[in-house]
Design a protein around this ligand. Structure first.
Ligand SMILES: Nc1ncnc2c1ncn2[C@@H]1O[C@H](COP(=O)(O)OP(=O)(O)OP(=O)(O)O)[C@@H](O)[C@H]1O
Length: 237
């Protein structure tokens, strides 16, 4: 259970999150809303890159508010960004090893976790290649491997499917669907692809202008006329 309690974030005159209060309790939670709704800001607050003006965040009983980003990573938080983060000059395995080396693990445990992460994301065959020589989807899967490595508790994915083909998104979908059982982590997924949200997220939260529109079972949320109005740009029927 991840408890968000009264989180407000202002950037000058812009209120990116406005007293957000919600308890997120599914293996994979979708986060949707129009551009500028506050979705990425929410992930930034969770990962510690943005300090809220007010409010608290607790995850599985642990107070995250006040922890630095590296302390959250050690606790078990992982994050992928809209913009690619994998380092071009490093091999795939070294990109993942960087994450594991920051954790209190023995050499052998690092290598085991590395192999598991690469297998889980389907990129074992390219593990010794440098990221610069990979295609865009292999680079995205390298970032996914960084997220699932080292027994994370909570994985935050910011539009991981953007720009990929249907078959690549299908591969991504099955990886996301396997995280809860195989990796044992919760996932929060921002994506504009409603089909991906529907196929992976048991529950979905909708934001608009930094406020919670609704949170609930994904099928009901997507059928909600308020959601269709704010997110899908449809008239209420
Ligand atoms: N660092 C910042 N400085 C100033 N304003 C910001 C900053 N980050 C976000 N904002 C503003 O806060 C609001 C919420 O932005 P955010 O990126 O969280 O929305 P979003 O829902 O992720 O949008 P998108 O779907 O376009 O990625 C927007 O009005 C945005 O311009």
């Amino acid at each position: 259970m991840i408890e968000i309690d009264g989180v407000t974030v202002s950037f000058g005159g812009v209120t990116a999150l406005n007293g957000l209060t919600v308890q997120l309790d599914a293996p994979v939670v979708g986060i949707i809303g129009p551009n500028g709704a506050g979705k990425t800001t929410f992930l930034n607050v969770l990962s510690g890159f943005v300090r809220p003006n007010s409010g608290r965040i607790r995850a599985f009983g642990q107070e995250l508010t006040g922890l630095q980003p590296h302390q959250r990573a050690q606790w078990g938080l992982r994050r992928s960004f809209q913009k690619e983060q994998a380092v071009d000059e490093l091999t795939v395995e070294d990109n993942v090893r960087v994450v594991l080396d920051s954790l209190p693990l023995s050499r052998g445990a690092v290598e085991d976790a590395l192999t598991r992460a690469l297998e889980f994301t389907g990129i074992s065959a390219v593990r010794r290649r440098s990221v610069a020589g990979l295609n865009a989807f292999e680079r995205r899967m390298t970032e996914l491997a960084r997220c699932v490595a080292g027994s994370p508790k909570l994985i935050l994915l910011d539009e991981p499917g953007a720009g990929f083909s249907q078959s690549e998104v299908a591969t991504l979908r099955s990886v996301i669907n396997g995280i809860s059982e195989t990796v044992g982590a919760r996932t929060f997924l921002i994506d504009h692809d409603v089909d991906l949200i529907q196929a992976t997220c048991q529950r979905t939260m909708v934001l608009d202008f930094g406020s919670l529109v609704t949170y609930g079972e994904t099928a009901s949320v997507l059928a909600d006329p308020r959601v269709r109005a704010v997110y899908l740009g449809m008239e209420e029927t």
